[in-house]
Ligand binder design. Structure first.
Ligand SMILES: Nc1ncnc2c1ncn2[C@@H]1O[C@H](COP(=O)(O)OP(=O)(O)O)[C@@H](O)[C@H]1O
Ligand SMILES: [Mg+2]
Length: 272
């Protein structure tokens, strides 16, 4: 599913964040990425999402060499990924329901499909009762579950989480990882960056340690898992005609937030 061939990343200021990294992650794996602050973990994830470009080497995601991918194809790549951030990146002005629904709306899903799917996903993360709450009314753990729901809603084949438990207490952290583990059992590939060694030990998943931009250790040995996705009928997602497909907005969370905020501002301006 993901292959790094001799990948190096040197930022414009000269910082060498990754050095000749070779890695192979199979479809259906659950991988923890560990390592000290500044080791290159986030850079590794950003390269997978094509948020950064490698300085040398090549990266294969889903059988595609993304280093050669055209810009207009990047939204398609991102559509296959669900991204969870340490700081949740929820939209405070929107309800829990809308925070999750928005990720579907931007890719043109029909309202009926959105309603059905969002309720299903909120149930999955245990937040059915909080659909009409706003992020500020939730605990950190609950907010992270909303962001996980948002990452899941478009049925990604890959979930990428950069220190998803960095801002929540240990008990909640355990729950979030447990939830990811359940999702993984249903076939979704999961990559989680974390500092928390205790968590890593509890869940017996593959652990890749990055140090100074290099792979220090890798417990490796991926086990084959069922190629099943969480329950979603493909037809629930709206068909997107080829000619407008190129206009599909990027569904990475940062992009979503920007678009959502612009939409809210437009609405408010219209009301005035
Ligand atoms: N946009 C950037 N420009 C320059 N240097 C960066 C940039 N992003 C990260 N770095 C540097 O690259 C190294 C790896 O960073 P990062 O991948 O964020 O590490 P980690 O996530 O493991 O803490 C660090 O030395 C960091 O300061
Ligand atoms: Mg980081």
């Amino acid at each position: 599913m993901i292959r790094f061939n001799n990948v190096s990343k040197v930022y414009p200021n000269g910082t060498r964040a990754l050095n000749k990294v070779n890695i192979d992650i199979q479809k259906g794996e659950f991988v923890f990425i560990v390592g000290a602050s500044g080791a290159g973990k986030s850079t590794f994830l950003k390269l997978i999402m094509k948020e950064e470009e490698p300085t040398s080497g090549s990266i294969i995601v889903n059988d595609t060499n993304i280093t050669e991918m055209k810009r207009r194809k990047v939204p398609y790549l991102r559509r296959t990924m669900g991204i969870v951030f340490q700081d949740f990146r929820l939209i405070d002005k929107m309800t829990v329901f809308d925070n999750v629904a928005f990720a579907m709306r931007v890719i043109g899903a029909r309202p009926k499909a959105v309603k059905k799917r969002v309720h299903y996903i909120l149930g999955l993360v245990g937040l059915k009762d909080k659909a009409q709450s706003r992020p500020a009314e939730l605990s950190g753990g609950e907010q992270q579950r909303v962001s996980l729901a948002r990452a899941l809603v478009n049925n990604p084949s890959l979930i990428i989480a950069d220190e998803p438990t960095g801002n929540i207490d240990p008990e909640m952290s355990f729950e979030i990882i447990e939830l990811l583990n359940e999702i993984n059992k249903q076939g979704t590939t999961i990559i989680v960056v974390t500092h928390e060694h205790e968590l890593v030990h509890k869940f017996k998943n593959r652990v890749i340690e990055i140090q100074g931009g290099e792979i220090m250790s890798d417990t490796g040995a991926p086990t084959e898992k069922a190629d099943v996705k969480i329950e979603i009928a493909e037809e629930e997602l709206a068909e997107i005609p080829e000619e407008i497909a190129e206009e599909i907005p990027d569904v990475s969370s940062e992009e979503l937030n920007r678009e959502a905020l612009a939409a809210i501002e437009d609405e408010e301006a219209a009301e005035e």
